[in-house]
Design a protein around this ligand. Structure first.
Ligand SMILES: NC(=O)c1ccc[n+]([C@@H]2O[C@H](COP(=O)([O-])OP(=O)(O)OC[C@H]3O[C@@H](n4cnc5c(N)ncnc54)[C@H](O)[C@@H]3O)[C@@H](O)[C@H]2O)c1
Length: 357
């Protein structure tokens, strides 16, 4: 297979995650450039890769090493000009979630990138998890009435994360993974109605001005309902929580993204002939005593996510990318609608935010 010239803009936390994958992809890429505003960060990446050049100005990098594809791994508030410069030069790009904090900007980027015929992708690696298949199968075979999603954790260390105006807040910046996977495995939302709570957290880091938590009611296009609760006030491991429960008449399924997928209420019939406990061919464990069928995450879904995008560029197979820019924009709109609702105190229709694309 032909090798593609790859560069990274933003050598921080998520950049390092991708770099770890790139080191396994020497059969399909040449890492030609590493750019960060902080030179030492780019240098550390370059040293780890053992190849490529270091830059602090991404335009200089693009024009010097001429990459065919770029991973954009900058914080949420830094999007816009970078993508326009990539589009102008005809460079395919992978953008970390959230795509941007301005939907009109993201729509404009989408239309310009599509006009140029570029292959795009975004950082929704959960779509490539082995848990997606049994989850899709469950949804196909059950009528879901209610989706109950929670994500509760602590405050990430990055300074920008604590300021809602530049991070987007937790729903947009973090819980967007859950919003996105709900869309991917279940269906499209029609309307959201969200409330946020502030000022409850007593011990907060400097500069913190974001929501302690938010709760969103969702009406899906098929008429079912959901709730998505998310908070960053939790500070002990055992009080962290993150799951999505799909509730049907006869059973319920619980997805912990990149961790496990469990079905409650269907194991007894499957395991009855096997003495109550079986390991199925696909690795799922069936335990009739707990009435549980459990699937575990296998491997790093991010490897497949990154490789699929790179191969899509090399082979001209954009349809294989599970989260192209156009689709990621819908997940952004889902979360941005929540922010708008928190501000206005009114329900927000999601399609109304997507007019023009
Ligand atoms: N897909 C995932 O699971 C996942 C996980 C973590 C973070 N993220 C996303 O990745 C993005 C970055 O998060 P992070 O944790 O890596 O942040 P970070 O602060 O650790 O790193 C961002 C880096 O970008 C650099 N940067 C900013 N503007 C730049 C520019 N114009 N040119 C070059 N470098 C620039 C900064 O100097 C910094 O080193 C966020 O949008 C976040 O939501 C995604």
């Amino acid at each position: 297979m032909k090798k593609a010239r790859l560069a990274i803009i933003g050598c921080g936390g998520i950049g390092e995650y991708h770099l770890g994958h790139f080191l396994e992809f020497t059969d399909i890429i040449d890492m030609v450039g590493f750019c960060d505003l902080i030179k030492e960060k780019a240098e550390a990446f370059c040293q780890k890769a053992g190849t490529g050049e270091v830059f602090t100005d991404y335009r200089e990098m693009l024009d010097t090493v001429k990459p065919e594809l770029v991973f954009v791994c900058v914080p949420p508030y830094c999007h816009g000009q970078i993508e326009y410069d990539l589009i102008d030069r005809g460079i395919h790009f992978f953008v970390e979630k959230p795509l941007a904090l301005d939907l009109e900007l993201a729509k404009d980027i989408l239309l310009k990138a599509e006009k140029k015929g570029l292959v795009t992708a975004s950082g929704f690696q959960c779509r490539y998890s082995n848990l997606v298949e049994p989850n899709l199968e469950y949804i196909k075979n059950h009528k879901i009435f209610y989706v109950d999603c929670t994500r509760f954790g602590g405050i990430p260390h990055m300074d920008w994360w604590r300021k809602k105006a530049i991070s987007g807040g937790q729903a947009v910046e973090q819980t967007i993974h859950q919003y996105d996977i709900i869309r991917y495995v279940f269906g499209e939302p029609e309307t959201v109605f969200s409330m946020n709570a502030r000022g409850l957290l007593e011990k907060k880091p400097e500069g913190y001005d974001t929501d302690d938590l938010s709760v969103t009611c969702v009406r899906f296009k098929d008429g079912s309902l959901g709730t998505i609760g998310t908070g960053c006030y939790v500070d002990k491991g055992n009080s962290f929580d993150s799951k999505i429960v799909f509730s049907s008449e006869s059973s319920r399924a619980e997805l912990k993204i990149l961790s496990s997928f469990k079905v409650y209420g269907e194991a007894r019939k499957e395991a009855a002939d096997e003495g109550g406990f079986v390991v199925k061919g696909d690795g799922a464990v069936v335990n009739s005593a707990d009435d549980l069928i459990e699937y575990k995450q296998i491997g790093d879904a991010g490897v497949l996510c990154d490789r699929t995008f790179i191969e899509a560029v090399i082979n001209g197979t954009p349809e294989k990318v599970r989260s192209p820019y156009r689709d990621a924009l819908r997940s952004l709109a889902f979360t941005m609608a929540c922010n708008i609702s928190m501000e206005s105190g009114l329900p927000v229709n999601i399609d109304s935010l997507l007019e023009g694309i």
